[in-house]
Design a protein around this ligand. Structure first.
Ligand code: SF4
Ligand code: SF4
Length: 386
């Protein structure tokens, strides 16, 4: 196991939202209280100790920060009020930044200026792309006596750009996941060759945890937060499928009747996203739940983005309904800029990274357990006497 010491690690973690790790005296009460901890993963005490000692490499090799769902049970019992749950949260942000080789994630997590610059740059690129398109095709093509969104922004062209952007974001997720995989599995693969069959057989763990977040239900008393999170996920999951897979069906000039599934899927996603994001913002403002008592800037950015994307989306729909061409087109550009900014600052490198890294951590732990079980069985088989 590596033991490179970084004396500035605690200081660095403060930029990622850690609030009291330095005053922890390692009594272990938090670990005793945690409903998700185990003998192999005695977090959060072990993680706080490693952070205090600056043992960066050991944290990088660990999945423990991803095994915590931040129920907050540990915080109430800490005799030092060291906010162990916040340190776990800060470690997840820090790990996300470490998995991202481009350094973009670290900048966004530690500098508000970098966030605003990124949003401004992406907004300008979106607006410039729309202007260039109309310079090439001619501004006189824009229909202004009625709404014709697909003349203003042809759906197939938008879809191609969406797919290309999606491929870039997918690459970013995969590259971060590959780095996490390498860091977490390096200690075990250095000693043992793991068969492909084990990786394939245990992959179900990734799928189950990705879709259900079921481990969260064991975390703390409050099942409501698990359900709200699942609801929010269903909202942006629905939007993702509609936009990435069926944009040609979703962005139409024809207004379908009220009962049409195109409208209901859109309404469902919008209502869930608006409700979920407002609920998070209110809870963070009132600091009424442990998980929302401390807010890193990235914690505000995420629900604000969702709210802006959902509200601008519904405004496009309302203006279309009212048959107001220019308000529809302008709101559409604002909506696209908000979507692009949100996806570029969140997917794989921001708050949304946990959606992928958490189930990946469960999967890698399941693989390790299988390897240990198979080693234990082979140790029991008597050696040949030939
Ligand atoms: S965070 Fe608090 S409860 Fe946990 S080990 Fe440190 S002092 Fe003890
Ligand atoms: S926040 Fe909950 S899951 Fe996370 S370490 Fe504390 S008690 Fe455990």
């Amino acid at each position: 196991m590596s033991s490179r010491v970084d004396p500035d690690l605690l200081l660095e973690l403060k930029d990622y939202g850690a609030v009291g790790a330095e005053i922890c005296f390692n009594c272990g009460t938090c670990t005793a209280m945690c409903p998700l901890t185990s003998d192999e993963h005695p977090f959060p005490r072990n993680m706080i100790r490693l952070a205090q000692l600056g043992l960066k490499d050991q944290i990088l090799e660990s999945t423990d920060p991803w095994l915590c769902y931040y129920c907050g049970d540990c915080a109430g019992t800490c005799p030092r009020e060291a906010e162990p749950g916040e340190t776990m949260m800060a470690l997840r942000r820090w790990l996300t930044a470490q998995y991202d080789r481009s350094g973009h994630s670290a900048k966004l997590y530690t500098s508000e200026k970098a966030v605003w610059n990124t949003i401004l740059r992406l907004t300008l690129i979106t607006v410039a792309a729309v202007i260039v398109f109309h310079l090439i095709t001619g501004f006189d093509r824009i229909v202004t006596d009625r709404v014709e969104l697909n003349t203003f922004a042809p759906v197939m062209l938008v879809w191609v750009i969406v797919l290309a952007h999606g491929a870039y974001l997918g690459y970013r997720i995969l590259s971060g996941s590959a780095r996490m995989f390498k860091l977490v599995m390096a200690p075990i693969t250095a000693e043992t060759k793991i068969s492909l069959a084990i990786y394939l057989q245990e992959f179900k763990e990734f799928v189950i945890h990705f879709l259900s977040q079921k481990r969260w239900r064991a975390c703390g008393e409050e099942r409501g937060r698990w359900f709200k999170h699942l609801l929010l996920m269903s909202g942006y999951g629905t939007m993702l499928v509609l936009i990435m897979g069926f944009l040609w069906w979703f962005q139409t000039d024809e207004l379908y009747p009220f009962y049409h599934p195109q409208r209901w899927l859109g309404y469902y996603a919008t209502i869930v996203l608006i409700y979920g994001s407002i609920e998070i913002l209110i809870s963070r403002t009132k600091k009424r739940e442990q998980v929302h008592r401390f807010s890193h800037p990235s914690d505000w950015l995420f629900p604000v983005f969702i709210l802006v994307a959902a509200v601008t989306g519904i405004l496009v729909h309302i203006f279309r309904y009212a048959d107001w061409p220019w308000p529809t087109y302008i709101m559409y550009v604002i909506h696209i800029a908000a979507m692009v900014s949100m996806l570029d600052t969140e997917v794989g490198i921001g708050k949304w990274a946990h959606l992928f890294y958490r189930p990946l951590a469960m999967y890698l732990e399941a693989v390790k357990v299988r390897v240990r079980q198979e080693e234990a069985v082979s140790d029991l088989v008597p050696a040949s006497t030939d």
